[in-house]
Design a binder for this molecule. Sequence first.
Ligand SMILES: [Zn+2]
Ligand SMILES: [Zn+2]
Length: 314
Amino acid sequence: MRPLRRECVLCYSQDDLLRCGACKVARYCSREHQKEDWVMHKIFCKPVTKEQKSLDKEETALRAHPDRPFEEVVGQFWRFQPSRPYMLARSDFISALGDVNTYDSVACALDHSLDMLRLSLSDGMGVRKSVPSLFLRLGREQEAYDFIKGWAKYMQPDGGDNGMPPHTWFRDADVFEPVELAMDNYNFLNHALDLLLLKVKLLLDLLALQKSPFDMNSLLTTLVRNRIDELRASGLEALIEKVKDHIKLLCESLKSQNSHIWTVLFNPEANSATTACYSLGSMDEARVAVHISYPAWAEALESLDWVENFVQSN
Ligand SMILES: [Zn+2]
Ligand SMILES: [Zn+2]
C-alpha cells in the first residue's frame, strides 16, 4: 500500500481534485475518473453516506434533549444514557470511513475520534486505541506521540486527572526521550505497537539521513523532514543508538504483554478474524490490536520488514 496523500483515487494525480459529493472523502482529478471508479467506490461510498445520515439523525435528536448535553454534559457523554445512540452512530460512521482508505477518510475518522474523546473522557467505546495509528497514517508523528504519552501518563497510578482529555496534556513532547512511560501499560497494546512503528520510521529516516545527508525525498516522516538541521546538530549517530535502544525495549515489552504479537503482525491475513471480547495476552487480543494498527504498518512496509528482520535476528 502507498502512503496516503490527497490524490485521485484512480490515477494518483494531485492536481485540481474534486471530491465525491456523497461521502466527501474520495477525490478525483476529473469526472471521467470518478465515473470510472464508481463500480469500486460505491461499495464504500454507500455505507459512509448511510451512516452519516443515521449520525445526523441521532445528533438532531440529542441536540433537542432538554438537558442540553452538548453544553452541559461535555466530557461525560457515555455516562449520560440518552447520548449513547448518538455515540454508537458516530462509531459506526467511523467504521464505515475505515473501509474507504483515503487521506480524507482517515482525516475524517481522526477528527470524529478526537471529538468523541472530548465528549466522553471515560471512552466507553475504546476510540483511543485507534487514534495514534490514524495520526501516523497522515504523517502527523508528533501528534501521535503526544497522544500516546498523554494516555500512558493518565494510566500511571499517580497520573492524575485534570478533567481535560489526556492527549491534550502534552504538546511537542520529545520523541527521543526514553520509552518507560509507555511500557507495561497493559490496556494499550495498540499504543505500544504504534509507538514501535513511529520509532522504526524515525530510525529509518535517521539512517537515510546519515547515508545521504541531502536527499530528503526518501524520508518517511514529516517529523524528521521538519527538523533536519536540529537533528543533525544534535548528532545523528547518538540519536540512532538511542532509538535502537528504544525499539529493543518496545519489542521486549510487546512480546511480554502478548506472546502472539509477532505471529499475528507478520501474518495478518492468516489472523484476520477479530472479536469484541478477549482476555489480555490472548491470540484474540493480538488480532484485534493488529487489525486496528495494520493499515499504518502496511503503508510503511519498509518499517514492517525492518521489525520482522530485527525480531528474527534477536
Ligand atoms: Zn485521475
Ligand atoms: Zn463517495
